[in-house]
Design a protein around this ligand. Structure first.
Ligand SMILES: [Zn+2]
Length: 251
């Protein structure tokens, strides 16, 4: 496994200059990132986050993850601190917490590190909550990256490899095969696309993908000196009236 990872990283570095930066995918109102349905965004462009249910160390790391996205988006998306109830889908507050089951009451798979459950109406995100698997031994850097990835979902990004691209070189890869301390160029392009107009919604862009999403889950243990981390991703849409819920797990 370690040799394979090394090859992957070398390959990416060697061709980094030629990396396709158009691979980002967006959460969409029909739950299918590969469709041309309207993408989801917070509107007005503000997300309220509650890290108070995490331990002291994780809280600091989560704040760093928030600050990474804040530095990317600036005033185009405001991050506010607030207090919500863990996994409550109706309080409009994004809670980050270790929970025994995810925010839809399902057990974590052993390889699942975290799950974000988003709630939206139309193309407006109205809630998102992040669960971390309490059975995972996160390194500080690992937790920070996973939190940053989940926050990518919170703001409206889907997995960069959801529609056929390999996702290499991106934070939003559904597989944790590289270590990043900040969102990468493709992730930044995706976030910037969503919030280009700040509070004003932007017209639907050309981010459709004709390739169907792959199998729901991909698990890949990773070395890299971290605790064993794996990712998996899937999204599920379910339509009670105009409300759909999606979940994605990632890394
Ligand atoms: Zn994910």
């Amino acid at each position: 496994m370690r040799a394979v990872i090394a090859v992957v990283l070398l390959g990416w570095w060697a061709f980094a200059g030629a990396t396709d930066v158009a691979a980002f995918e967006l959460l969409r109102s029909n739950g299918d990132p590969c469709s041309a349905a309207p993408n989801l965004r917070w509107s007005p462009a503000e997300v309220v986050v509650d890290t108070g249910n995490l331990g002291m160390v994780e809280r600091g790391l989560a704040q760093e993850a928030i600050d990474e996205w804040r530095s990317v988006l600036g005033s185009r998306l405001r991050f506010q601190s607030g207090t919500g109830r863990v996994c409550n889908a109706d309080d409009g507050v994004t809670t980050l917490a270790f929970t025994n089951v995810d925010c839809q009451g399902r057990s974590f798979g052993g390889e699942v590190l975290a799950i974000t459950v988003s709630t939206w109406q139309g193309n407006r995100l109205i809630d998102a909550d992040v669960s971390f698997n309490p059975n995972t031994r996160f390194s500080p850097a690992g937790f920070r990256q996973v939190a940053m990835h989940e926050l990518g979902h919170v703001i409206g990004l889907d997995h960069s490899d959801a529609c056929g691209a390999d996702g290499i070189g991106t934070l939003m890869n559904s597989r944790l095969v590289e270590s990043f301390s900040s969102p990468q160029a493709d992730d930044i392009a995706g976030a910037s696309f969503i919030y280009a107009g700040g509070d004003i919604g932007v017209p639907e862009g050309a981010n459709g993908c004709a390739i169907s999403a792959g199998p729901d889950a991909v698990a890949m243990p990773v070395g890299l000196g971290w605790a064993v981390l794996a990712l998996l991703a899937w999204s599920v849409g379910r339509p009670p009236r105009s409300r759909w819920r999606g979940r994605s797990l990632l890394h």
